[in-house]
Design a protein around this ligand. Structure first.
Ligand SMILES: [Zn+2]
Length: 855
């Protein structure tokens, strides 16, 4: 009876004669076995390899006990970390083979769609294949002298052979033990192995296309979900964090340690109160429009109030029509905060949408429809509304025309202009600046000598001219449109639907029916994220993660500094200063300390109140509150405890003026980091993220800041020139990458690409140092990957993602990061270590002869 069926198990790849093949084709060759089955138990532990021959089990490899039992001669190939049992059968053993039907089956629960396969009973032990038969002869005589000469010679030979055999066996056992101990079979190792396997596509040669090799399986099984325009590891982790936050915010019996946490919960619940929101309809925004003097789109507009309107929307509603005003550390004097002004004011994500009309026709039409829809919902007559919205769109197009492209704004030394508030009128006479700044920064005293840093000198002059030659009514319509756009999503379902329709056109999102609670969580995190973050951290973040992360950063910094020594393009003086800067980088992990002190946390949110059930009001009051916080900061020095990301965020950043790298608790989790994962994966995940942020301190923008966070020329000219040459290589490399026929902007993405390459290099080096110090760690089963290879696979799989064509297009024209695929391919094809470990032939796509290196 031939059972001979194959279960292509989830862990199934077998290394056969040095090349990879799957279980099906392995069995089909029928060289030694007809059926190999690798099965996972309920706990996810590799239980057994069972080999059948002619329908009969003959050996079992009880991995859990690290115990091999077989009744026949067996050759064990332990290639890398894959178990291959190759059985040789001698016909004489056939009779001793137990009937398969007598065997008990595995205890298993999870492989539901797979057929159950029997195996040997756990307690059933077969005699060893190397049977020692001590056939004692009768002790007729035991005297050496009784033997004949031939007998003596034969006996010596037997003894020698026996010793030899014993030695062979011993070495086999030692070797077996050694190799066996190299494989990690813990629950977490098995589960991470299975996740990695699901993401891989081993039909792709890693040297041809490493991204498809690492992520092909993931991409095949992860279509863009409804309601999203892109999907990847970051989203998956964010979903996980959202679920935790939902639980915390909906817990009615929560014991709050601070008032601020309670405010976050009430804010969230008001957002969730859909019946109240539906009941109020468009009213809250209509009232606001009226309060601000009316909108010609929906009703009478009586006042010529450009200055007043500009001050009001900027000061009380955090809107930035024409230009943005904010408070941040002065780049050239990082110990003090200063008012900063930059270009702003487009409703679409970038100027390209307005200027390249044919390529973006659909989006422009969708945007106009969205504008009209909102206008009509707020009470406008359709035709009048459309005509006025077209004017607003034309005005935004004129703004786009004078807006400087991001790629031309990368050199901060060139765009930084410090002037006084009094001098602003020379750039933009159309605004009464002192009055404007006094309203925006009330109650702080502002006079003509107040320093202001302007990042868009030409733009401010141009926008002043544009405002001068534009009808007052259109200017007012445009400012009010900014307010409507920002606040309409706080209103009833009709407004949500209009927005979702626009998002569908803009990003290619299908069925944007995001559950209300998700919107509310994102909004609560946005506005009260540090209060919510306190709850999040207490419920999920282990302080041991913090200790471990600190150690990893230390290792990555060391690795970065080691590489720094080897760079040939840099002069010694600059190198020394760069080392000092790297050493001075401050790291922030998990959360800012103040959130764990209820008193401190309450102090921050003391002036903010939440009114139950009135969501729109709550948000308006928050804008007001946040404006007051900004004013308050103006006269205070920058504070390291003030983060730009909330603790639940799945992201990280580098702040050049603080010279600090920040890793929120939200990203310090699987798949970026776990305490139980192999170290190779942690270095490939969070390690690369750490290296990335660290390298930002030395990218084309970060390098202009010194170790104290001050923008000043601290490099020798020769090194600046050499740096530019090195970076040109990166610009060229990434400019050659295309997505749906559209080229990546190598200049715009330069900083991120430098960080990606430097991050991978530093993290890999840090991992090697870790291995030197701690010894080679165990490998994961079944993958057939060395730990060095695993490091690169782990890195690549962090970037597995899918995206709609619309979203890809948006990314190409707005995102300073390269598309995920090229974040992987770009970095590995510059890595000699990668090519060495995957044995990529010179000239193969992932091992091009020309390699770019900056750090
Ligand atoms: Zn970055």
């Amino acid at each position: 009876m031939v059972v001979g069926h194959i279960q292509t198990s989830r862990l199934g790849m077998v290394r056969k004669w040095g090349r990879w093949t799957d279980l099906n084709s392995f069995a089909a060759t029928k060289l030694y076995c007809t059926d190999i089955h690798i099965i996972t138990s309920q706990e996810g532990t590799l239980l057994n390899d069972v080999v059948y021959n002619h329908g009969t089990a003959v050996s079992s490899f009880a991995l859990q006990q690290r115990h091999l039992v077989t009744r026949s001669p067996i050759r064990l190939h332990y290639n890398e970390h894959l178990l291959v049992l190759v059985m040789r059968w001698w016909s004489s053993h056939a009779a001793q083979i137990p009937d398969r039907t007598k065997m008990s089956s595995y205890k298993r629960a999870t492989l539901d769609e797979e057929e159950l396969v029997d195996s040997i009973h756990e307690g059933e032990v077969y005699p060893s294949g190397v049977q020692v038969n001590l056939r004692r002869g009768r002790h007729r005589s035991s005297c050496w002298t009784d033997r004949t000469h031939v007998e003596k010679r034969l006996l010596v030979l037997v003894v020698v052979l026996a010793i030899g055999l014993l030695a062979c066996l011993l070495s086999l056992v030692i070797q077996y033990r050694k190799t066996d101990n190299r494989t990690c079979l813990s629950e977490s190792c098995i589960s991470v192995t299975s996740a990695i396997l699901r993401s891989l596509d081993r039909s792709v040669d890693p040297c041809e296309d490493f991204y498809s090799y690492a992520c092909g399986g993931w991409i095949k099984t992860n279509p863009v979900p409804d309601g999203h325009s892109r999907w990847g590891t970051f989203n998956e982790l964010w979903e996980h964090n959202q679920a935790i936050m939902k639980h915390l915010l909906e817990n009615a019996t929560m014991n709050f340690s601070s008032v601020a946490e309670h405010k976050a919960q009430r804010y969230y619940q008001a957002c969730l109160n859909e019946s109240k929101i539906e009941e109020l309809g468009a009213k809250p925004l209509q009232n606001l429009i009226e309060k601000l003097g009316g909108w010609n789109v929906t009703g009478p507009w009586e006042k010529d109030n450009f200055q007043e309107m500009l001050e009001a929307v900027t000061a009380y509603y955090r809107i930035s029509p024409f230009f943005s005003v904010f408070v941040s550390a002065d780049s050239k004097n990082s110990n003090s905060n200063v008012i900063q002004i930059d270009q702003s004011g487009l409703g679409l994500p970038s100027r390209e949408y307005y200027l390249n009309r044919t390529a973006n026709e659909k989006v422009l039409a969708g945007y106009l429809n969205f504008m009209v829809q909102l206008g009509v919902l707020l009470g406008g007559e359709e035709n009048i509304t459309r005509a006025q919205m077209e004017e607003i769109l034309d005005f935004e197009t004129a703004l786009a025309n004078i807006t400087i492209p991001q790629e031309k704004r990368r050199d901060e030394e060139l765009i930084y202009h410090k002037i006084t508030a009094g001098e602003l009128k020379n750039l933009m006479p159309v605004v009464d600046w002192i009055s404007f700044l006094r309203t925006v920064f009330h109650p702080v005293e502002i006079n003509e000598t107040e320093p202001v840093v302007v990042y868009a000198k030409e733009y401010l002059m141009d926008v002043s001219h544009l405002i001068n030659r534009t009808e007052k009514r259109i200017l007012n319509n445009y400012m009010m449109w900014n307010l409507v756009r920002k606040t309409s999503s706080l209103l009833d379902q009709r407004f949500q639907d209009a927005e979702e329709k626009f998002i569908e056109v803009m990003y290619g999102t299908k069925k944007t029916c995001t559950p209300r609670w998700k919107l509310c969580i994102a909004d609560t995190d946005n506005n009260l994220g540090f209060a919510l973050g306190a709850m999040f951290v207490k419920s999920t973040f282990a302080n041991s993660s913090k200790t471990r992360a600190v150690q990893m950063i230390k290792g990555i910094k060391n690795a970065f500094e080691e590489s720094l020594k080897t760079l040939s393009w840099m002069d010694e003086e600059t190198r020394k200063a760069a080392k000092e800067k790297a050493e001075a980088i401050y790291d922030m992990i998990g959360y800012p300390n103040f959130i764990m002190d209820p008193k401190e946390l309450d102090k921050v949110f003391n002036d903010y109140d939440v009114i139950s059930d009135l969501y729109f009001e709550n948000v308006m009051m928050f804008y007001n509150f946040s404006a007051r916080v900004t004013s308050d900061q103006l006269r205070k020095p920058p504070n390291k405890d003030q983060w730009s990301m909330t603790p639940p965020t799945v992201n990280a950043y580098y702040s050049p003026t603080k010279n600090e790298i920040v890793f929120p608790a939200g990203i310090l989790q699987a798949p970026f980091y776990t305490s139980s994962s192999p170290t190779a994966l942690n270095f490939g995940g969070i390690g690369v993220v750490m290296g990335h942020e660290l390298t930002h301190a030395f990218d084309d923008q970060g390098r202009e800041y010194d170790k104290d966070g001050n923008l000043r020329p601290w490099w020798k000219n020769s090194s600046v020139e050499a740096f530019k040459k090195q970076t040109e290589c990166i610009t060229e490399q990434y400019s050659s990458y295309k997505v749906n026929g559209e080229a990546v902007n190598g200049k715009h993405t330069l900083g991120e690409n430098i960080a990606d390459n430097g991050g991978l290099k530093a993290a890999y080096r840090a991992y090697q140092n870790w291995v030197k110090e701690n010894g080679e760690e165990q490998v994961l089963p079944s993958l057939g990957l060395t730990n060095d290879q695993l490091f690169f696979v782990g890195f690549a799989q962090v970037w597995c993602s899918v995206r709609t064509p619309e979203s890809s297009h948006e990314g190409i024209i707005t995102d300073p990061h390269s598309p995920s695929r090229y974040r992987v391919i770009g970095s590995v094809s510059n890595s000699r270590e990668f090519s060495r470990h995957f044995q990529c032939p010179q000239g193969s796509p992932m091992n091009p002869p020309k390699k770019c290196e900056v750090w």
